[in-house]
Design a protein around this ligand. Sequence first.
Ligand code: ACO
Length: 330
Amino acid sequence: MSLLAEIREKAAKKTKRIVLPEGTEERTLMAVKGIVDNKIAVPILLGDESEIKTLAGKYGADISGAEIINPTKSANFDDYVQAFYEMRKKKGVDMDKARATMSNPLYYASMMVKMGHADGEVAGAVNTTGNVLRPALQIIRTAPGISAVSGSFIMIVPNCEYGDKGTFVYADCAVTPVPTAEQMAEFAKTSVETAVDLCGMSDPKVGMLSFSTKGSASHETIDKVVEATKIAQERFPELKVDGELQADAAIVPSVGKSKAPDSEVAGNCNVLIFPDLQAGNIGYKLTQRLAGAEAIGPILQGLDKPVNDLSRGCSVEDIINVVAMIVVKA
Ligand code: ACO
C-alpha cells in the first residue's frame, strides 16, 4: 500500500473536524465528497452559504457532507474578535482592526483551531504560503519548546537503497529563510515527529547537512550546523542525530563510514536537515525532478495545532491527501 493510502487509512480511524477556509474555491468544493466518502474528516467550509451552494451546483460538487460557516454571521464571531484583540493589542490591534481581521476566513479558521472548534486547518489552493502561515503564527503559535515553524517534504525516491527504503524527510524546505542553530535543532526534533507519525519510520536518523563533514572545511556557515547538532543532541537526547555531514556522507553507507567513522547515523540518515531554506527548497526540487521522487508536502511542523498549506497548483486528490495528513497529526 502506498504511503498516502496508509495515511488515508489512519485518518479514517479518527473523527476530526477540519476547516477549509477557501470555501468558494472549486477544487476545495470538489474535494469535500472524497473527504466525506473516505471518512477522512468532517469538512467545514467557510463563506456565505448561498454563494457556496450556488458554486457547488455550478461545479457539480457534492458538498452535502460539509458544514458551512459564514464567519461574520457566526455565533462565535464576537468572541473571536475579542480573543484576537486580546492576543494582538500589544501589537497595536484595536477592536476595529480585530473585527476586520477576523472577517478574513484565513484568520477565522486559525481562531477556530485555536479555540478547539476545529481540529485542524487546510488552505492554500488560492492563497500564498505566507498568507496561510501568518494567521497560524499569530493565533495558534508554536508548540511548547519550539520557536520556529518549518515545512518538511516526505520524499519517496523510486528504486533507492538509501534512507528508509528510499523514503526521506527533508526540512526546512518551505518556511524559515535563515534559521538559527537553535531553530535547526528544533527542525530535527519536529521532522523526526513527521517521520514517525506520517511515514511510520521506526528508526529515524537525522543528518544535519553542510558542505563539510566533521571538520573537512571551515566557514561560519558550517559553525552554525556544528552548533545546531550540539544543541539537538543536548536538548533532544532521544534523537539519533549527527553533523555536520555532507549529503553523501549522510546517506551513502560507504561514504559515511569513511568520512565519519565514529558517527551513529552517517551513511544511514533518513531525515535530512538543511542549513537554510535556499538549500532545502532547491534540494527537494532537484530530488523530485532528477530522481523522479514523489514529494509529499510541505508539511508544516512546529505549530501548536495542525495547519497545512497547499500548493496553488494542487489537485482535488492533493487536497484530500493533505486533509488526511492533518487528521493524522491532529
Ligand atoms: N516560526 C515561528 N514564528 C514565526 C516564524 C517562524 N518561522 N516567522 C515569523 N514568525 C512569527 C513572528 O515572530 C511574528 O510574531 P508576532 O507578530 O507575534 O511578533 C509573526 O509570526 C508574524 O511574523 P512576520 O515577520 O510579521 O511575518 P512575515 O511577514 O515575515 O511572514 C513567513 C512569516 C510567512 C513565515 C515568511 O517568513 C515567509 O513567507 N516564509 C517563506 C515562505 C515561502 O515563500 N516559502 C517558499 C514557498 S513554499 C514551497 O516552495 C514548497
